[in-house]
Design a protein around this ligand. Sequence first.
Ligand code: SF4
Ligand code: SF4
Length: 380
Amino acid sequence: MSGVYSWSRFAGRTLAAAVGHEGAPTKLIFVVTKRCHSRCVYCDIWKVKDTPGGLDNELSLAEVRSLAKANPFLQWIDFTGGEPTDRPDFVEVIQSFAEACPDLLLVHFPTNGIATKRIHETVAQLHQTVRARLIVTVSIDGPPALNDRLRGIRNDFAHAIDTFAAVRREIGAENTYVGMTLHGHKASCGRTSSELVEDTFAAIKTALAERGEAPIDWGTFHLNIPHFSQHYYGNQANRADETFGGTEHRAEVAAAIEATATRAQTGASLAMRGFERIYRAEARRYLASGHTKITCSALLSTAYLSEKGEVYPCTIWDRPLGNVRSTDYALMPLITAARRDGTRRAVAEGKCPNCWTPCEAYPAIMASPIRSTLALITGS
Ligand code: SF4
Ligand code: SF4
């Protein structure tokens, strides 16, 4: 019964946001740590640990508990990194929110999949102790040799497959995704992005079959498009590089997304298939024009919190809004101030850097029912 109440509350709050009501956000993107053992070519987060003081001053577990208590309205949290499971108290971090947020429905985290045993144990503990639905995305960026080169770790592909299989056995296929980011692939091996998506999917299927595991479905294979952000990825310099963000590469990525959209999206629920169809339609529009027709809901339905307690509108816009350490860990004073000073209005008017990241895309789809329904029907 409480689940039904929480979902109806979520629907009501999303609907209120859709008509412009500025209540508390339903979703938080929380960077729990910038620690990461990958060495991805398109993201500089892993370099933070080698920067003097880079990992200092991250919110402690005691602070995270205060944060959770100060923001009990949260219903959906993306715990991201870095590699979230590199934080030794990651399970307790999530449990803190599960205890303090009575209507928490959805918990998601991405993982590089390197430390299979630890990641599996983390997922198993969370599955047993947290009531909210748990969704995990394992990053795989190509067939074995290319993936390992792009992610800078020997045998990364094999570890990621082992992790994907272990997590899927624990929480089910409908909650376990592969996330493939389409940055600079073509320049790395001479294949088009469309060909690489097919190669990667086939390689994952083969690797799972070799382990006696069920195949992966297209419905649980998610494509991420290139994004740049100094305060989060630290990769703003790549924007000028044609390999990563140029027009030709964007057209390539759009073609890959279009090609996979024709695949039967088996393995995902009907609702997720609908969201994915809208996500892909708007992703193609964004790659072609730099804009989407769906209005971003940053600072309306969502907010972003760094590992050091700094609030930003999102993962992309490098506009610090203040630190929760100065507000007794409450998000609302900083979000309300950002609404008053015109930051939220700038988002709504597209005067921010503009992007289409999955972190913001799904809440934006929910908060734009008319435009989303059109995209769902027409696929464009
Ligand atoms: S993309 Fe993820 S796994 Fe790769 S370096 Fe960045 S945080 Fe680490
Ligand atoms: S559209 Fe703007 S505010 Fe929204 S996530 Fe992208 S950069 Fe941030």
